[in-house]
Design a protein around this ligand. Structure first.
Ligand code: UDP
Length: 462
């Protein structure tokens, strides 16, 4: 160990709030554990960064230096791409700038390691040239990582689309899953998105290690299978849960409102940093919330035809204009509607929250677990259906309502699932959640399993 001499590493986030913040929260943990570590983050982006990301970057400690790569112009990307492909291309367009930045930095100081988000894996190609160890920071579940490793085999063995497979797919240590619930980007096997995905997962086999934001008690068997000797995978290090720490707002309408509600009486409704619903679905959701008669706190966005309409896209319309006529007036005692963005972790930690209707993004999932809040799973894109399967079938801490033939969740079904969670199933699920919450807190204590794993896997850098 190099006492007193600073060691430098580089991290490369993926584009988008939920691929920027996780790897930087991870970096914060690293510099806490290793006081002589310095992290430089080279940040790719599509267009300018949203304000929430800028605000977050201002909170970084001095031992983490954020450096912006020139933003990619959204007009340079073809129209109509899947979100995953947009993210991928953003990184590809940023690679020449990253190369230049690495060259300049290494001329001043040796870099021990490069850690990249799963969307920035192509940056790993520079590891050899600059003599760095190479790592992936995977801000997703062990279930999803298992799917990455399983996909080349599935690809070879299957000729149809995965949604047409008659039997659920069984991956080592994982809950069985229907093909239709696998990652959104691999549903159409004739697409460019599928080919890019396959390319990405093959690259995963060839790194010095993969840090994964999960913890043993949450995904025991899947982690065991991934970390087993002779598995043929690179070392996998479960080091989570690492979540974003909100800056507590001094004054906030939603907290004042929550303070007035009864314990565990409010359903929090939010679809992540960029999830969007169609106009038809917004109307059904509004009427379903009203029909349920339960208190709600809803972070509402303007409608979009794409389920990821606000991811890497700024929306300029006022979301409140798309609610059904008279809804706000009729529900003014029952609920609170917040446009676009809310301090999610502060809300989830409030004692009035009794349930979370969520798109099941992995960060939201971990945040709910850390606050012991049971969920209604309403997956939209990316690997969210896999998270929904894990939460509902696997861990039994979420209810998953069914959509109709047009992919719409109808108001009666919405009201029913809310009642089911808030009146019937919630207690049982909360009890399971309490166990997971305690295990999560233990895992990230100073001598917890995840903390020790992170320390032991990185001490060789120092
Ligand atoms: N988030 C937030 N306020 C919002 C919406 C989202 O603070 O109004 C945060 C949330 O706490 C989480 C992240 O944004 O940390 C969303 O990440 P997730 O993986 O759940 O979903 P994604 O944004 O990737 O769809």
């Amino acid at each position: 160990v190099n006492m007193g001499k600073t060691t430098h590493i580089v991290v490369v986030p993926g584009p988008g709030f939920s691929h920027l913040v996780p790897i930087l929260e991870f970096s914060k943990r690293l510099v806490q554990l290793h006081p002589f570590l310095h992290v430089t983050a080279f940040i790719p982006s599509l267009g300018s960064l949203p304000n929430v990301s800028k605000t977050f970057l201002k909170t970084l400690p001095p031992s983490i230096t954020p450096t912006f790569l020139p933003p990619v112009d959204p007009n340079d990307l073809p129209h109509g791409l899947l979100i995953g492909v947009r993210m991928h291309l953003t990184v590809i367009y940023s690679l020449p700038f990253l190369h230049k930045a690495l060259k300049s930095l290494t001329s001043r100081t040796p870099l021990v390691a490069i850690v990249v988000d799963n969307f920035a894996y192509e940056a790993l190609d520079f590891a050899k040239e600059f003599n760095m160890l190479s790592y992936i920071y995977f801000p997703k579940s062990a279930f999803t990582l298992s799917m990455y490793f399983h996909l080349p085999k599935l690809n070879e063995e299957t000729s149809c689309d995965f949604k047409d497979l008659p039997e659920p797919i069984q991956m080592p240590g994982c809950v069985p899953i229907l093909g239709i619930d696998l990652h959104y980007q691999i549903q159409d096997r004739s697409s460019q998105g599928y080919q890019l995905f396959l390319q990405r997962v093959k690259r995963f086999c060839n790194v010095d290690g993969i840090f994964i934001n999960t913890f043993v008690e949450l995904e025991k068997e899947a982690i065991r299978a991934l970390t087993k000797e002779g598995s043929g995978h690179p070392p996998v290090y479960p080091i989570g849960p690492i979540i974003q720490m909100d800056i507590r707002p001094n004054e906030s309408e939603c907290l004042r409102w929550l303070d007035k509600q009864q314990s565990k009486s409010v359903l929090y409704v939010s679809f992540g940093s960029g999830g969007t619903l169609s106009q038809v679905q917004i109307t059904e959701l509004a009427l379903g919330l009203e029909l349920s008669n339960h208190k709600f706190l809803w972070v509402v966005r303007a409608p979009s035809d794409s389920t990821s309409g606000a991811y890497l896209n700024s929306q300029d319309e006022n979301p409140l204009e798309f609610l059904p006529c008279g809804f706000l007036e009729r529900t003014k005692e029952q609920g609170l509607v917040i446009p676009s963005w809310a301090p999610q972790n502060v809300i989830l930690s409030h004692c009035s929250i009794g349930g979370f209707m969520s798109h099941c993004g992995w960060n939201s999932t971990l945040e709910s677990v850390l606050q012991g809040v049971p969920l209604i799973a309403w997956p939209l894109f990316a690997e969210q259906r896999m998270n929904a399967v894990l939460l509902s079938d696997g861990l039994k801490v979420a209810l998953r309502p069914k959509v109709n033939g047009n992919g719409i969740l109808e108001k009666e079904d919405i009201a029913e699932v809310i009642k089911n969670l808030m009146e019937l199933e919630g207690g049982k699920m909360r009890k399971i959640m309490r166990g997971l919450k305690e295990a999560a807190i233990d895992a990230i204590k100073e001598d917890g399993y995840s903390s020790k794993t992170l320390y032991q896997s990185t001490i060789k850098w120092m």
